[in-house]
Design a protein around this ligand. Sequence first.
Ligand code: C2E
Ligand code: MG
Ligand code: MG
Length: 601
Amino acid sequence: MLQSEIGEKLLSLFCLICLVLITVKSLFTYPLVDYILFALLFLLFSSLALVFISLFRKNSNLKEERDARLKLQENLDELKKKLSAIESENNKLISEKSNLIAEKARLEAKFSEFQSEIHRLESEKNELSNEIESLQKLNEEILIESDKFRNASLHDPLTNLCNRAFLVEKLDFLLQLCRNNPRAKFYVLFMDLKDFKKINDYYGHTVGDKVLRLVARRIMRVVSLEDTVVRIGGDEFGVIISDILSVEKVREIALKIHESLTQYPFRIRQGHKIQTKLHIGFAAYSPDHHTPEDILRDADIAMHEARETGAPVVFFDSDLRERFLREAQIERGLNVALEENQFLLFYQPIVSLKSKEIVGFEVLLRWRHPSGFISPAEFIPIAEKTGLIIPMTNWILAESCSQLVRWQEKGLVKKNVTVSVNLSAMHFALETLPDEVAEILNKTGLNPSNLRLEITETSAMESPESSASVLNRLKQTGVLLAIDDFGTGYSSLSQLYHLPFDNIKIDRAFIVTDAEDTERFQILRAIIGLGKSLKMSLTAEGIEQDLQFLTLLSLGCDYGQGYLIAKPMPKEEVEAFMLRSGGILEFLPSAETVSLPTTIL
Ligand code: C2E
Ligand code: MG
Ligand code: MG
């Protein structure tokens, strides 16, 4: 730099000298001046060349410097950018930090708040644990007392077995267990002693209690220790077998219990032996059982089935379940059937075998259930069980009596034609029945001699003494009485003699179907002979063939009904039938037209 400045000054000086010399030369002509001028010019040009070289160098240096500076500037800019990014990052961090500091301060405040809360709670806890301790002591005392009470409330003091309350608790527990564990299983056995009341009545309650204790002991001896024996109440006992045994294995246990209680009599006093009878029903857990009552009900149903069929032990299987469900469905349906007029009456003509004249009609109930006709054989026993048969029969009586009055008024039937209404055993046992019948006759205006009440032999013979009293009261009202399904109830001649029946209806089972069936023929002959000697008329049921009609006629049977004569019909069909036949059924066989086989004759 210094060199170039000196060079520049020297060059200017040379230029000046050159200018002076040129001027001098132009004014004066001296050769020396030329020489000097020439030398000076030479020097001038060389200096100029040097200056140019230095200028060129300087220029290129400057360029490099400028480039370097530009690069530096770029780097600087970049650095500035980075710096500003760092600064903004820094600012962000600073603000975050200050937020964190504020949060920390807040949490610290909360923490100290919590700590003071914990302190407060701890002191409260200490107070409470003191209180709990004293309450626990009190509770233990109460538990000891209630355990004493509970043991008493879950045990039967007479037999020392568990009682019904315990049974319900245990069943509740087992039901819960089975719900949670599909492999779990248990059985309930239900039994009640037959005619135990008679033991109490005959020997007194002390002996009765002793028998119950002995029964409990015998059951305990048969079952295993894990099983629970319960006195459900009175003479009812139950056993819970909570094991995954097969039905057959449980049946074996039940049969052993049955054997132990029925095979060996109980020795009560010297020379006094008491023989107990019972039937056992049992049920296995199924997911349909929601409450203890559900499974107890099934075992109870099985027990009743055992009682009805006379079997020692019955299991509540799918058949029984279906029957039970069907019965329950029928029972529900029966409740609405009367109100919704689903019942209708069919009338089956009864004819005099000799004159072929219609002498009466048996009234047969029909149930037109929304799902189709249901047979009376199926629904009548259920109506009897539920007691619904009573309002139903009252309706049948009123309806059929007024129907006969209408037919009499229309001139369709003769004055002596009867309607026969079936009465069920439970209705027959009602003290009020004779009054009810009298009232119906009164209301409908039917002559009592036009009404015949049919009572099955079995129900009449259940208790012949009380039957005699009801029948006599009925007889006083003026109605006719028939003993239905005769031959199926083993009535003795002396019993029959004392009952005021005027008609015997011979059960279908005794109507000869085969000419070779001489045995049945002899029974039929005996029944007809019996009726005649008791001065009762005879009606044969279920006549389907000419042979039967003629056999009965030849044996002296008075009346008959059956498909050969006419099927049961609704009232409209009866009217048409009566109009068509005029009340005399000429199409029936006559002894003259059809001859009987020699075996019968
Ligand atoms: P039941 O009183 O012995 O009635 C006679 C039954 O025999 C009727 O059956 C009748 O339709 C049927 N029958 C009549 N002729 C013949 C025949 O030639 N062949 C065959 N195979 N059967 C014949 P239904 O109507 O099914 O009644 C069955 C039982 O239901 C009756 O037997 C009776 O015990 C009872 N029942 C019907 N209606 C009533 C009623 O209103 N009240 C009561 N308590 N029971 C009734
Ligand atoms: Mg009948
Ligand atoms: Mg009958």
